[in-house]
Design a protein around this ligand. Structure first.
Ligand code: ADP
Ligand code: ASP
Ligand code: MG
Length: 412
């Protein structure tokens, strides 16, 4: 029988009532003749609570134990979803990551899926089970310990299952009815896109649009998974939501197609480091070993052999970054006068594949921000995006102003 993957995010399984609603939707697809793999997130707010407990217990936590704690939210919803389906007379069984098993790397808290053997679940489908409910976000390392896939990782679980089982489609049910030109919670004028290209979705996700986890888009692109984002709260037709697809399948598109933001950024500046060959390696090597995700990097002008080095990273990694740099200083690998952390910044980015062939987007972006009196602290560009770091208090304003300036409320 054809297989369908249906993923329900946190708000879609936030209560027993919502789980029943999601289960009904699964029942509709089962009635159409699909064998369904349901991927569930933890109830909304649960993972945040668990992460909070870990941080409070141990600020520089052992990531293996972080995973042991934060993977638990999905265990609960997977079991409840299976029970709910059974109550509706749909033959269903739940699976935790290790039972499938979802084999991952041992990079705890940010593991990557390496392999999903299908035989266990297929054997159950052959015995008459119609729905496999799989706890999203979790896997098992080569050492046999539970891993997690990074925040938002259930999306990646879903796409990986769709690829492994050759699913007809991977439907991501969430609390908005598709992918918008920007977060509809920030800009009322945000417009829902019927289709979005993999490359653009990938860029938007990696720049903060949390509607899909970046890695899930990468996998969908690589394995050509038919990926759809839609609402679990509205009645659905087969055309509902947003289809994430190849660029060739999209007729027309704007130069800029989306604005993304990332609220929790920090700007770190090392004041007066020696400007010598190898200095960047001496700084960023230890940061990478400490698991700090460095994003933008700027080396300032050098004077009398010394320079300032600025980089950005997520605010919750500032402590790790400070420790790693301090240790490098104590070892004598680097020396600097001071390390200044500005934790009140946010990143705002404009994304569009049309930028490849059209110039002037950066200039328009800078002009728009300047008209709003927003100061730009750091700039980074690539072929299809421009990102700026600004004071967090201007983030919403900047997103709305850029959405207006690039006329994203209008179709191409
Ligand atoms: P889930 O729990 O279902 O995985 P998430 O909270 O992870 O849901 O992702 C959905 C949220 O993503 C939306 O509620 C919305 O606020 C946010 N979001 C950010 N950017 C966008 C965008 N461009 N389009 C749609 N939603 C977006
Ligand atoms: N529950 C996890 C999180 O909140 C995974 C997910 O929802 O995708 O990050
Ligand atoms: Mg999510």
């Amino acid at each position: 029988m054809p297989v369908l993957v249906m993923k329900f995010g946190g708000t879609s399984v936030a209560s027993l009532d919502r789980i029943r609603r999601a289960a009904k939707r699964v029942g509709v697809e089962v009635a159409k003749g699909y064998d369904v793999i349901v991927i569930v997130s933890a109830m909304s707010g649960k993972t945040n609570e668990l992460v909070g407990w870990v941080n409070e217990t141990s600020p520089l936590f052992d990531a293996r134990e972080y995973d042991a704690v934060v993977s638990s939210g999905e265990v609960v919803t997977a079991g409840l979803m299976a029970l709910t389906l059974q109550e509706m007379d749909v033959p269903a069984r739940s699976w935790q990551g290790w039972q499938v098993p979802v084999r991952t790397t041992s990079a705890h808290s940010a593991a990557r899926i390496e392999e999903i053997p299908t035989s266990n679940i297929i054997a159950k489908f052959d015995e008459g089970m119609r729905v496999a409910v799989v706890a999203g976000f979790q896997g098992i390392s080569p050492e046999g310990r539970v891993t997690t896939l990074g925040r938002g990782g259930s999306d990646t679980t879903a796409v990986a299952f769709a690829a492994a089982f050759g699913a007809e489609r991977c439907d991501i049910y969430t609390d908005v009815d598709g992918v918008y030109t920007t977060d509809p919670r920030i800009a009322a004028k945000a417009r829902k896109l019927d289709r979005i290209a993999f490359e653009e979705m990938l860029e938007l996700a990696s720049l903060g649009a949390k509607v899909l986890q970046t890695r899930s888009v990468e996998l969908a692109m690589r394995y050509n998974v038919k990926l759809r984002v839609l609402s679990s709260f509205e009645e659905q037709s087969d055309e509902a939501g947003t289809l994430v697809c190849a660029e060739e399948e999209i007729m027309e598109s704007n130069v800029v197609n989306g604005i993304a933001y990332s609220r929790d950024e920090a700007k770190m500046t090392l004041i007066s480091v020696a400007d010598r060959p190898g200095i960047a390696a001496a700084i960023f090597g230890p940061l990478s070993e400490a698991g700090v995700n460095v994003d933008m990097i700027v080396q300032n002008i050098s004077e009398e052999g010394r320079t300032d080095m600025t980089f950005s990273c997520p605010t919750d990694q500032v402590l790790r970054a400070e420790k790693a740099l301090d240790a490098a200083r104590v070892r004598g690998d680097i020396n600097y006068h001071d390390l200044v952390a500005d934790t009140d910044v946010a990143k705002v980015s404009a994304v569009g594949i049309g930028m490849r062939s059209q110039s002037g987007v950066a200039a328009q972006m800078f002009r728009t921000l300047s008209d709003e009196g927003v100061n730009i602290k750091v700039i980074a560009t690539s072929e299809i995006k421009i990102s700026v770091l600004i004071d967090r208090k201007y983030m919403e304003l900047a997103v709305q102003a850029l959405h207006d300036a690039f006329e994203l409320e209008r179709t191409a």
